[in-house]
Design a protein around this ligand. Structure first.
Ligand code: ZN
Length: 498
């Protein structure tokens, strides 16, 4: 029998708990000497004054299944309501996760023995095993390649259209922690961050820390955060900091969003970088032209064959990377060209141009990609001239940040249902349904591509192709120079030659 006072339900809860404690011993660095202590902490949380050992083990089951078991048994036994399941899971896994200092010591030990990348991969595995990183959610997101880009539909992330919120900086109500990415979030129950663990890193001589993203957009996606709550900015030091990171973790990229609203990340109030364990399409984009600067014969700069405006500085020399990148940055943020709608400052003197850098290490040396961004608005484009244009809003209205500017698109989860409606209408030969009437452009283009009488498979392929094509056009909207020749002219103005 089950119920609030049912013993069998409690027995099942004990068994689920024993299995989870076993998982923590195997995967979460729980010292066997701390086993009883950890379990008692969880029993105490539920006001349980008794316990019967069941001998249950995790038996190779994944952590999501183990936690799911514990939650359903806890609800059945009346220990908490189903609406509390999320916070209960966070609390239990918070107790079973090691202290930050223990993990940081272990990380350094792995790094000493097998290098920085082995340590990062160990830490990522840890964050999946303690449920901070929702790996199953990432794997469930639709993802495909199209038009040289990676298109993903994020089922977990709420759509974020309000650009004013970015300027406000994701402040947390009540003022503690100061914002959503402050170090003070580590282990904080008030935001269900009991399982968050961070790893200190030193960048440009300053204390920063790395943490993986719970709802990552790609493999081993994380952010590197300044330990001090200080506003986003890109300057000469930024290039040094990015190089410090990839020197220590050469299998990761690390980049910085433009520190401006509409074209940057969602947290502008706190300095941070984004990176992770996957090369993004722009990192692999071919060069359209290769340039050099006489003062730096050991470096080359490539104009990328890419829908946005981007160049890539390549060199073995850190000095050359930093100096050339900063030369381009200083020139770009002061550049004006009214004929091309490029204004470095608005009428009130506020900066509108920014450079968004992203560093990797390859067999050619360091590669620093530099994306040119501008957040000017006009009467025709009140949300941004170099932002996705309104005809593409049904697909993507949110700011195009660093990850997307590099070719990995994160589209809103609502699209799954909307595209299914469109697919059904195409398969059945109906008109565009009223519920998705805003997709008229896509509908026309799909009909032109398909020309009737198609299999489901052909329709789905056409939809994927159409989404990739729209993302490519959105990147084209963000390009500040609409042709590569214009980029070449700009670079020649800085003294670069072919
Ligand atoms: Zn902060």
């Amino acid at each position: 029998m089950t119920g609030t006072n049912g013993e069998p339900a409690l027995d099942r809860f004990y068994a689920a708990l024993d299995a989870l404690v076993d998982h923590a011993r195997n995967h979460l660095e729980l010292d066997p000497r701390d086993g009883d202590w950890a379990r008692n902490g969880i029993l105490g949380r539920h006001g349980l004054a008794s316990y019967r050992p069941t001998g249950a083990v995790s038996d190779g089951r994944g952590v999501d299944e183990l936690v799911g078991d514990l939650l359903s048994c806890g609800v059945e036994a009346g220990l908490f309501g189903p609406e509390e399941a999320g916070s209960e899971a966070d609390a239990v896994m918070g107790v079973l996760s090691a202290r930050p200092s223990v993990l940081q010591d272990r990380f350094l030990a792995v790094e000493r023995e097998r290098g920085g990348m082995a340590a990062m991969r160990w830490f990522y595995r840890y964050c999946v095993d303690n449920t901070y990183v929702k790996r199953a959610q990432l794997d469930a997101n639709p993802r495909f390649d199209s038009h040289g880009l990676v298109v993903t539909i994020n089922l977990a992330k709420p759509e974020f259209k309000n650009m004013a919120k970015a300027a406000a900086g994701n402040a947390v109500a009540g003022g503690y922690p100061q914002c959503t990415i402050c170090h003070a979030n580590e282990g904080f129950a008030g935001r269900n961050k009991r399982t968050l663990r961070t790893m200190p890193v030193t960048l440009g001589g300053e204390p920063w820390f790395w943490q993986f993203s719970p709802y990552g957009y790609f493999t081993e996606h994380g952010i590197c955060v300044n330990t001090e709550h200080t506003p986003m900015h890109v300057d000469r030091d930024t290039f040094v900091q990015l190089l410090d990171f990839v020197d220590r973790f050469p299998g990761y990229f690390l980049g910085c969003n433009a520190a401006l609203p509409r074209i940057g990340g969602s947290v502008l109030a706190h300095d941070h970088f984004q990176g992770g364990g996957e090369l993004l399409p722009m990192h692999k984009a071919p060069a359209w032209a290769t340039l050099r600067l006489p003062a730096y014969p050991d470096a080359l700069v490539e104009i990328l064959d890419w829908p946005g405006t981007a160049v890539r500085v390549v060199s073995d020399s850190r000095t050359a990377i930093v100096e050339i990148s900063d030369l381009i940055r200083r020139a770009w943020i002061a550049y004006d060209d009214p004929a091309a709608d490029i204004a470095s400052h608005d009428a009130d003197g506020n900066r509108q141009s920014a450079l968004s850098p992203s560093a990797i290490v390859t067999d050619r040396g360091y590669e620093m990609s530099l994306i040119f961004r501008n957040n000017a608005v006009s009467e025709a484009y009140p949300d941004g001239i170099f932002h996705a244009h309104p005809e593409y809003y049904p697909v993507k209205q949110e700011p195009i940040g660093l990850i997307e500017a590099q070719g990995l698109f994160i589209l809103p989860g609502r699209l799954v249902e909307q595209l299914r409606t469109i697919e059904d209408a195409l398969a059945d030969g109906h008109d565009l349904p009223e519920s998705v009437s805003e997709f008229s452009l896509i509908w026309e283009e799909l009909n032109a591509a398909l020309q009737g009488g198609n299999s489901r498979e052909a329709i789905r392929a056409a939809i994927r192709d159409e989404l990739g094509s729209i993302c490519e056009r959105i990147l084209g909207n963000t390009a500040v120079f609409k042709t590569k020749e214009q980029t070449l002219e700009f670079m020649k103005g800085l003294g670069f030659g072919q």
